[in-house]
Ligand binder design. Structure first.
Ligand code: CP
Length: 305
């Protein structure tokens, strides 16, 4: 699958994941390994939704590989504003680049886009669907801090609209991981994701309170309530601020608990947690560069796979 596009974490095998993570670790240890390898190649950044981490870390990764990036820019300043379809947009941009990174508000948009391009395409978030390159850096961070087998992970917050959650949950079915999902009833994992996890034989439990499971966890993955995806602001306000952790919450956690968050955060992790040894979310964001360097290198064929 990594020879082609990266659309969903559900398509990733354990071998695929380990290939990226091992390559990222080698790049992290010695960036000279790949320096200049993609000299003259161009990565197109097509972001129809806001981004800081994903966009900038892909840009940094491509430049560190020796390549360059071109950026579609804000939707309002592109021809999307004139009514150009996604199909036409990516069909044109693939002629300007060797690979595409696409973020779009519609679930399924990345898969649709692959029908119109031949160059590798990475799904950088399709609505509430998937965000698989985020998952690769999440797994890298988990592997570095807690290990990926015999893992007990709590995934908390907006499990309904959180695309990083859907991707991570799928990818973890490749490992010996017990997954605890903690959310208000209205933001449970979508039925289709629960079905996929069940079919994959995943060890899954659902909770409404973090206290029920906190003491068992190796990793706590906290997510933002995705305000922009709620059909009604009223529904958002009913759950906003409910799932928040601070140092008092973590008093009952194991000493070696790893706390992660894909970021951006709003108020779901209090700033006092940042100063504890639990906090790994900035390290997680920084891991986006070596992991995306490894991913791009593989997709562009630079590692001779
Ligand atoms: N984690 C993540 O996708 O962040 P951005 O929205 O800033 O890209």
């Amino acid at each position: 699958m990594l020879q082609d596009h990266l659309i969903s974490a559900a398509h990733l095998s354990r071998d695929d994941i380990e290939a990226v993570l091992d390559h990222a670790a080698a790049v992290d240890a010695d960036p000279d390994l790949v320096r200049g390898r993609h000299d003259g190649r161009v990565l197109a950044l097509c972001f129809f939704e806001p981004s800081t981490r994903t966009k900038m870390s892909f840009e940094s990764a491509m430049k560190r590989l020796g390549g360059e990036t071109i950026d579609m820019g804000a939707v309002d300043s592109s021809s999307v504003k004139k009514g150009e379809s996604l199909a036409d947009t990516v069909r044109v941009i693939e002629g300007y680049a060797d690979a595409l990174v696409l973020r779009h508000p519609s679930e399924g948009s990345a898969k649709l886009a692959t029908e119109f391009v031949d160059v590798p395409l990475v799904n950088a978030g399709d609505g509430a669907g998937q965000h698989p390159s985020q998952t690769l850096l999440d797994l890298y961070t988990i592997r570095e801090n807690a290990g990926l087998d015999d893992l007990t992970i709590g995934i908390m917050g907006d499990l309904k609209y959180g695309r990083t959650v859907h991707s991570l949950a799928h990818a973890l079915t490749n490992f010996d991981a017990r997954q605890h999902f903690i959310s208000p009833e209205s933001l449970r994992l979508p039925r289709n994701v629960r079905y996929d996890l069940h079919e994959a034989g995943a060890q899954v439990r659902e909770h409404t309170d973090i206290e029920a499971v906190l003491s068992e966890l190796d990793v706590l993955y906290v997510t933002r309530i995705q305000r922009e995806r709620f059909p009604e602001e009223r529904e958002y306000r009913e759950v906003a601020g409910e799932y928040r952790i601070d140092t008092d919450t973590l008093a009952a956690a194991p000493d070696d608990l790893t706390v992660m968050h894909p970021l951006p955060r709003v108020d779901e992790i209090a700033p006092d947690v940042d100063e504890t040894t639990h906090a790994k979310y900035f390290e997680q964001a920084h891991n986006g560069v070596p992991v995306r360097m490894a991913l791009l290198d593989i997709l562009l064929g630079g590692d001779d796979r």
